[in-house]
Design a protein. Structure first.
Length: 319
């Protein structure tokens, strides 16, 4: 099962005892993956469809426990796509009307043609109801990428109005949700790992949250180790390159003007570098008598390089 599937499975088992929260979650499911029908006599029926069994089960349970209505469930198999879709159907007008009136959706029907209905603000007045609503929107039309690969959370809407409503609700929890147009749909999304942790907490997907946090910690540790290794490698390369150049300069001075023309301090450093080409400045300083600090050794080696450059210019050629 994908990480997104695990989150939905966990959310499908979450249950709020407050009826107003149950209605808010059901309103989200109907708004995003439901169809509201009316016949020639103005009688209502509702169909909520999903390819996720856990989502269909949650919708069925909400209808049953919140309204004491037993909905029908139908299953459709697509042999070509090797997929299964589920539909939760409320056929009786009286039952459908009760649900739609409670969810404030009686004025939003389009005979099943439009599958994204804006939710009445009265349904999501309280913070707990907004949490339930977000949970319902994710169950209905949400997905998450595998956190081992990337951080991405999204909810796909058929209408721009509902997308902006969902964005506003999510941003009300101090997050920066954005909207992008994708073909004929509008996608509300989050990209930062910390904000996806927050949205999981808001939806009360605590097990998935801990799994995501573990992945984030491991990724951060790997990134920290990689940065340190890269930094150390860069320092080693820099040290090796500097050492090679120093040995070249000292060898040139030895072969042209000789060490006899060098001061005692410069000659001592030159001999130490030739004898220990891989030593660090600190290690070279300890080999001198008396010992010299890193800055002192660096100063002497820089002086030797300047002398080698001057010698090359006098002889009219470079090594």
């Amino acid at each position: 099962m994908s990480f997104s599937g695990k989150v939905k499975e966990e959310l499908s088992r979450q249950w709020n005892t407050a009826r107003h929260c149950q209605i808010a979650e059901l309103a989200a499911l109907i708004s995003l993956c439901g169809s509201i029908f009316t016949d020639n006599y103005g009688r209502y029926s509702i169909k909520v469809h999903s390819e996720n069994l856990a989502v269909a089960r949650k919708c069925f349970t909400l209808i049953e426990k919140t309204f004491n209505i037993e909905a029908d469930i139908s299953t459709r198999r697509n042999i070509l796509k090797q997929s299964v879709s589920y539909a939760v159907i409320v056929r009786r007008h009286e039952d459908a009307l009760r649900i739609l009136q409670a969810a404030k959706l009686t004025d939003e029907h389009q005979s099943g043609a439009e599958k994204a209905y804006s939710v009445n603000p009265l349904v999501i007045q309280q913070t707990c109801c907004r949490r339930s609503f977000i949970r319902g929107t994710f169950l209905a039309a949400g997905s998450m990428s595998d956190p081992n690969k990337s951080y991405h959370f999204e909810i796909v809407c058929a209408s721009e109005g509902l997308a902006h409503q969902i964005q506003e609700i999510i941003c009300g929890f101090s997050m920066d949700a954005k909207i992008i147009r994708r073909k004929k749909s509008y996608v509300v999304y989050l990209k930062e790992g910390s904000q996806i942790v927050d949205i999981l907490n808001i939806m009360e997907a605590h097990i998935s949250l801990m799994e995501l946090e573990n992945v984030r910690i491991l990724k951060e540790m790997r990134n920290t180790v990689n940065r340190k290794v890269n930094c150390e490698t860069a320092n080693i390369n820099k040290t090796v390159s500097a050492s090679v150049k120093q040995v070249e300069d000292i060898t040139y001075l030895r072969d042209t003007i000789g060490f006899g023309k060098l001061s005692e301090g410069l000659e001592e450093v030159a001999l130490a570098r030739l004898t220990h080409p891989d030593a660090t400045l600190k290690e070279l300083g300890k080999l001198l008598s008396p010992p010299v600090g890193k800055s002192g050794v660096n100063h002497r080696l820089r002086k030797l390089s300047e002398m080698a450059e001057q010698a090359r210019q006098k002889q009219g050629g470079l090594l």
